[in-house]
Design a protein around this ligand. Structure first.
Ligand SMILES: Cc1cc2nc3c(=O)[nH]c(=O)nc-3n(C[C@H](O)[C@H](O)[C@H](O)COP(=O)(O)OP(=O)(O)OC[C@H]3O[C@@H](n4cnc5c(N)ncnc54)[C@H](O)[C@@H]3O)c2cc1C
Length: 530
């Protein structure tokens, strides 16, 4: 398999004349899900990703495989039921990077325990046979036992329920590699720069390798635009000459996460506050040895690749964390701050207004698939948890429009991803457990015991960097430290310290000098609070 993922081999395959069944633009959760589903059905598939797999929103989620307790409160039962089903599929297919996680909602008012408990019992019922554990009412003593970091002042009790958690970027890589093992060609650092149109129909795309600048034209029967918050820029490529600008499909909404040490929230449980003083949701989630605090939901007008947090967002998270945690995290306790853009789909009535002053909290989290007159298929919205069912829906649209012949699907609901094997809880520091059954292969690589960064039972070894280059299509320091290892997201200062060592190992693996300066600048950004 390793030689098939070598860059030279990928670029050679990209340039060979061929008509693909399906060309996918965008290597986030949704594009990768589409590529895998189509490859499993037996279609020939090519996917291009302008940056790196999951560089966009798909590495910046709260990492919850969930039905969405919040959407239950909004009465969005269809979305919750679908997502609960998908949560089960994700945990079954990638148990090394997706597992169940207990949550506690602490309650400070007499009515909250029965109110939230009843809602969560309904959540259990909706999960049916795919429930991960029953909801329980807790008294205040038990709540403090399970959440030793919770603010005990005024605590009435709590409610415990179960949901799922995953490593988003690593799951994306597993989707890419599993699709590649099924014959799909997936190329990162390769952007779509134009669509090929013939007689008003989309017949392929032009791509550019962003490393070497090599261009290629890919012919395809069907082109899927799965570029998340960036779908409108691809839709613009599909416009007739001189046509007025198309209505925008996406209203991006920014979400910020702060990472602090685990001692602010020790134990195995996550904390969820369903309604903070100003009506927002707050999570404190154990993840890879640290605690993630978040998140926010702020409409914005632009689409930067590395969005910056707003001062108000950071102060909201710190202020509300201080209310619910015994030890209030301070600004200088923050190890990393990362920001993602939700691709929320505007309601039909709001598309095309040109104004971006849309309240994103009221926009549905459901996804949308649009097939244009030219045959361009655009998919956006939804959530990470539902990537698989979104992919099925995309293929159903492609087949219904006659862009692809009918081929039965449904197989991905029970399709173990590469390395699938039970792993240690994701709350523990990163290590070999994230590689599942591939940990054996990892141990055969040079430097398996040479730790660049060491955490209890794990960390980042030289072998992991070599594995990233040989098997996970890593091309630069950021690819390794942000997405193959998650060190940038866990501890940005430590990630910067490891940049030179990672660059040296990558240079050895890739046969050319790999720079580290840009990554150090990026890491500095992940430490900067407004
Ligand atoms: C703060 C936050 C928290 C969230 N938490 C959760 C959660 O806990 N659970 C959950 O289920 N969901 C969560 N979500 C939602 C989830 O992360 C997204 O729905 C999902 O990641 C979107 O995936 P995508 O593939 O549509 O977009 P992306 O991951 O952004 O992928 C699109 C890709 O297209 C590429 N691209 C753009 N232009 C081009 C081009 N011209 N050529 C080639 N490639 C191109 C981009 O580089 C990008 O990688 C969260 C989202 C946010 C923002």
């Amino acid at each position: 398999m390793t030689h098939l993922l070598r860059r030279e081999v990928l670029l050679t395959r990209l340039q060979q004349p061929q008509e693909w069944d399906l060309a996918v633009i965008g290597g986030g959760a949704v594009g990768l899900g589409v590529a895998l589903d189509a490859a499993v059905r037996g279609f020939s598939v090519v996917l291009v990703e302008a940056q790196d797999f999951a560089k966009g929103t798909s590495s910046r989620a709260t990492k919850l495989a969930h039905g969405g307790v919040r959407y239950l409160a909004q009465g969005d039962f269809g979305l919750v039921r679908e997502a609960l089903h998908e949560r089960g599929a994700m945990l079954a297919n990638a148990p090394h990077v997706a597992q169940r996680l207990p949550f506690v909602m602490p309650t400070y008012h007499w009515w909250e325990r029965s109110f939230y408990g009843a809602g969560l019992k309904a959540y259990d019922v909706m999960a049916g046979g795919q429930g991960l554990g029953g909801t329980e009412w807790l008294n205040s003593t038990r709540t403090r036992e399970l959440l030793p970091g919770v603010q005990p002042r005024g605590l009435h009790g709590g409610v415990r329920y179960w949901d799922g958690q995953f490593d988003d970027a690593r799951l994306a890589l597993l989707l890419a590699r599993t699709a590649a093992a099924r014959g799909a060609l997936l190329v990162n650092h390769c952007e779509a720069i134009a669509l090929v149109r013939e007689k008003g129909q989309v017949r392929g795309l032009q791509v550019r390798d962003t490393e070497g600048g090599v261009k290629a034209t890919l012919r395809a029967r069907c082109v899927v635009n799965a570029t998340g918050v960036w779908v409108d820029s691809i839709r613009d490529m599909d416009a007739e000459d001189g046509a007025p600008p198309r209505p925008r499909m996406v209203a991006p909404s920014q979400g910020v996460h702060l990472v602090v040490e685990r001692h602010f929230m020790p134990g195995q449980h996550a904390l969820l506050v369903p309604k903070t003083e100003d009506g927002r949701v707050l999570f404190a989630v154990p993840w890879l040895g640290k605690t993630i605090l978040g998140t926010t939901d702020s409409p914005r007008n632009d689409l930067p690749l590395e969005p910056q947090p707003l001062a108000e967002e950071v102060s909201f998270i710190l202020r509300e964390s201080a209310r619910y945690l015994l030890r209030a995290p301070q600004r200088n306790d923050v190890k990393s701050v990362w920001v993602g853009l939700r691709p929320l789909v505007r309601p039909q009535s709001q598309r095309g207004e040109g104004s971006d002053a849309v309240s994103t909290k009221t926009i549905s989290r459901e996804h949308t698939v649009v097939v244009g007159r030219s045959g361009l298929v655009t998919v956006t919205g939804g959530k990470w948890t539902t990537y698989r069912s979104m992919a099925e829906d995309v293929l159903a649209h492609c087949m219904a429009r006659g862009l692809l012949p009918h081929k039965a699907g449904g197989v991905t609901a029970r399709l173990p991803l590469i390395g699938a094997a039970p792993g240690r809880p994701l709350g523990e520091p990163p290590g070999e457990h994230l590689y599942g059954s591939e940990a054996t292969l990892l141990r055969t690589l040079p430097g398996a015991q040479k730790w660049l960064w060491r955490e209890a039972n794990g960390g980042l070894s030289e072998a992991m960097v070599r594995f990233a280059a040989r098997y996970e299509m890593a091309r630069g320091v950021e690819d390794v430290l942000a997405r193959r290892s998650r060190l940038l997201f866990l501890d940005a200062a430590e990630a910067a310290r490891q940049a030179d060592a990672v660059a040296t190992i990558l240079s050895d693996e890739l046969g050319h000098t790999v720079p580290s300066e840009d990554f150090k600048n990026l890491a500095a950004q992940y430490l900067r609070l407004p």
